[in-house]
Design a protein around this ligand. Structure first.
Ligand code: AP5
Length: 216
């Protein structure tokens, strides 16, 4: 299965992408995670991407398209993959299509998680991430047993830099301007988009998603 997972910031792409990856035994490639790792390690890619990410803006298309093209050449991606947070612009969707066509591959599913804006803001304000193992919590919906401490590894939990209120507003604006048009683009040029209601328990949403992919 070759799956693209679309949705606004905080829609649950990472949460659901992890569950899908486990159930379908597929690698999940999240451009946000790859870029954050590059920023942490201060690689040339990370230094280039950081100012865009800190501002809640998109990293330039050519950088991200190259990054994903490289990732999809990894041997473990040959049998299938889940792309989380990519594509995010029409140019990225065209870049992905060109990469796949060159290799004679087609996407099997484009899944879109639909969540209203006030819920997104609440989720992003409540998100906490373990600084050691990366486990994601939410103080409103999925709190750790002890505030500020990871249940899994005891690591310290932190708020992502781009989850500050002002940056969240910017990310949502960028989403509406640059990413939402993709839904129409896929309706015309790509495989049809399957829209899933992203509101509800994590398990409930996953139940809907798994019905749409052929890897049960
Ligand atoms: P990225 O990391 O991709 O951020 P995003 O798209 O804004 O998505 P998030 O990670 O914020 O949310 P999510 O949908 O994964 O939700 P999650 O599962 O964590 O990108 C960050 C930045 O990198 C971008 O701003 C940009 O600068 C750059 N970038 C990345 N990709 C790029 C690209 N392709 N092109 C250019 N630039 C790019 O859930 C959120 C919270 O809600 C969590 O606390 C979770 O526990 C909770 N939650 C999840 N599901 C539920 C539920 N059903 N009910 C209640 N709470 C829930």
């Amino acid at each position: 299965m070759k799956i693209v997972l679309l949705g606004p910031p905080g829609a649950g792409k990472g949460t659901q992408g992890d569950l899908l990856a486990e159930r379908c035994d597929l690698p999940r490639y999240a451009t946000g995670d790859i870029l954050r790792e590059a920023v942490r390690e201060q690689t040339p890619l990370g230094r280039e991407a950081q100012r865009f990410m800190d501002a809640g803006e998109l990293v330039p298309d050519e950088i991200v398209i190259d990054l994903v093209r490289d990732v999809l050449q990894r041997p473990e991606a040959a049998a299938g993959f889940i792309l989380d947070g990519f594509p995010r612009t029409v140019a990225q969707a065209e870049g992905l299509q060109a990469t796949l066509e060159a290799r004679g591959i087609e996407l099997d599913a484009v899944l879109y998680l639909d969540v209203p804006e006030e819920e997104l803001v609440r989720r992003l304000a409540g998100r906490r991430v373990c600084t050691v193992c990366g486990t994601v919590y939410n103080v409103h919906f999925d709190p750790p047993q002890n505030a500020g401490v990871c249940d899994r590894c005891g690591g310290e939990l932190e708020t992502r830099d781009d989850d500050q209120e002002e940056t969240v507003r910017k990310r949502l604006h960028v989403y509406h301007e640059q990413t939402e048009p993709l839904l129409d683009w896929y309706a015309g040029d790509g495989p049809p988009v399957s829209k899933v209601d992203g509101v509800g328990d994590v398990e409930e949403v996953f139940g809907e998603l798994i019905e749409l992919v052929d890897c049960r």
